[in-house]
Ligand binder design. Structure first.
Ligand code: SF4
Length: 458
């Protein structure tokens, strides 16, 4: 696996034990084509998530024929703490504090002979009181022996700061180095109305291979741990609160499909909303998905944080192309699941995201179909201007067309917003994060009727 420089970006989930797509047959595995490292020839025969053991990079690919081969299990989650409370995520001999929920921290502190009250004092210094401690020296007011025990047994930081960049509109991109040398990206987006949002990543790269997304070209390198996710928000507060004011919102829209890493994402979101810690309102923590249906259902049952669904098309034909996960979980199934699940959530609206791609998903028919598709689902719709990146096939829809599209939705009674592009001069905008290497996820065959739209954009 390349261990080089990797950036990240956001958007889209499968339960821990779920399966996504089918893998190559045994015969195919032993064929010369399969054994050739990173030849793309093997992706031509079936619909599957690539599993290259030595290279560890995965993505969703698709072609016309789907051979009946066994499913691949994506259960690779590495939770920071096991359920019987005996093992914690470790860095060398030290335990990683940011990977623990409050009750886990309390048990760990007690297991070292200290009182639960000291766990709360530590928790507040990790996440609250404008401290966001990175070292035992920053634990003012804590008992000396307790601090000594922490310095010997605990690690306070899950990420190392690599660099920050500021875009002309004030958006900050923060690059963090992980322990294994990979680099991830977090974006902080200040807004005039007293709201500042931190956009966190959940994976290094992404397996979903959405055709309009730069991160998708990287393939999946690995999941982030809960500690690495929580630390992005805590670190952003520590670094930027004095400059940009309080960070009030979190969106899981950085690199990766959050629900593909659902265990760690749900845990990280729980830590973020704890009322004596980072204390984000659950309604202001939004987890986005490309549409992994079983995981989406689980998320709605287990978390009270907000959900965004990246929709981006009104027909299976277009969605199969631009979001290959749709070949597994079709539009009908996705929307019907939301319709059913949201009946049991009080005062809860899902946010649909719709990236506008000229000539692909922005027609009058699309706007009318979209109204029909979301009927009966408590929702808001965000229309997002496409942010081009190197090698992208698509062009952004013109502003006037976006407004017409918005008007059709609004006139039909939908709650609809336009999301402006932020940070694009630093490649910090939606869909622009990451840095694909020389080996990239494959671009899929363009359906015939869209070949003109795509050709005119290149
Ligand atoms: S490939 Fe799709 S799911 Fe993955 S980060 Fe990009 S838009 Fe999100």
């Amino acid at each position: 696996m390349e261990m080089g420089y990797v950036w990240m970006r956001r958007v889209g989930v499968a339960g821990a034990n779920s399966t996504l797509l089918s893998k190559p047959s045994m015969a195919a595995l032993f064929s010369p084509a399969y054994q050739k490292p990173f030849s793309f020839s093997y992706v031509k025969t079936s619909l599957y998530l690539v599993s290259l053991v030595p290279l560890r990079r995965r993505w969703l690919s698709a072609t016309a024929s789907c051979s009946p081969v066994p499913p691949i299990n994506l259960d690779e989650n590495c939770s920071d703490f096991d359920s019987d409370c005996t093992t914690f995520s470790r860095k060398g001999s030290k335990v990683v504090l940011k990977g623990m929920t409050y009750s886990e921290l309390e048990k760990w502190v007690q297991s070292h002979g200290y009182r639960p009250g000291q766990a709360m004092m530590l928790w507040k210094r990790l996440y609250g009181n404008n401290i966001w401690a990175h070292h035992s020296d920053e634990l003012e007011g804590l008992n000396k022996d307790f601090k000594k025990m922490l310095s010997e047994n605990a690690d306070f930081k899950a990420l190392s700061l690599k660099e920050t960049r500021t875009a002309s509109d004030g958006t900050r991109k923060i690059l963090f180095t992980l322990d294994d040398g990979l680099v991830i990206e977090t974006v902080v987006i200040p807004c005039d109305r007293g709201r500042t949002t931190v956009c966190v990543s959940s994976q290094v790269g992404c397996a979903m291979n959405c055709q309009f997304c730069y991160t998708g070209r990287m393939g999946l390198m690995r999941h982030l741990t809960a500690a690495e996710i929580v630390e992005q928000a805590a670190f952003a507060r520590r670094l930027l609160t004095s400059e940009v004011g309080p960070i009030t919102n979190v969106v899981f829209m950085g690199m990766g499909e959050p629900l593909h890493n659902i265990d760690n994402v749900i845990k990280a979101a729980d830590i973020m909303v704890h009322d004596r810690g980072l204390h984000f309102s659950p309604r202001k923590v939004t987890v986005s998905t490309s549409g992994l249906v079983p995981q989406l259902r689980r998320f709605l049952h287990e978390s009270n944080c907000a959900l965004a669904v990246s929709l981006n098309a009104t027909t299976d034909e277009v969605r199969n192309w631009i979001m290959p996960i749709n070949r597994k979980y079709k539009l009908d199934l996705l929307l019907q699941t939301l319709r059913e699940e949201l009946r049991f959530k009080h005062n809860y609206k899902v946010l649909f995201e719709y990236v506008m791609l000229e000539g692909v998903n922005d027609s009058d028919d699309d706007s009318k179909r979209l109204v029909d598709l979301v009927r009966g689902i408590p929702c808001k719709i965000n229309l997002i201007s496409f942010n081009p990146h190197s090698g992208s096939l698509f062009r952004p829809t013109k502003k006037e067309r976006i407004i017409e599209f918005r008007n059709t939705l609004a006139e039909a009674g939908c709650t609809v917003f336009l999301r402006l592009s932020r940070g694009d001069d630093q490649m910090a905008a939606c869909g622009q994060l990451g840095k694909p290497g020389t080996i990239r996820a494959p671009l899929l065959r363009v359906p015939e009727q869209f070949q003109m739209a795509v050709a005119s954009s290149s």
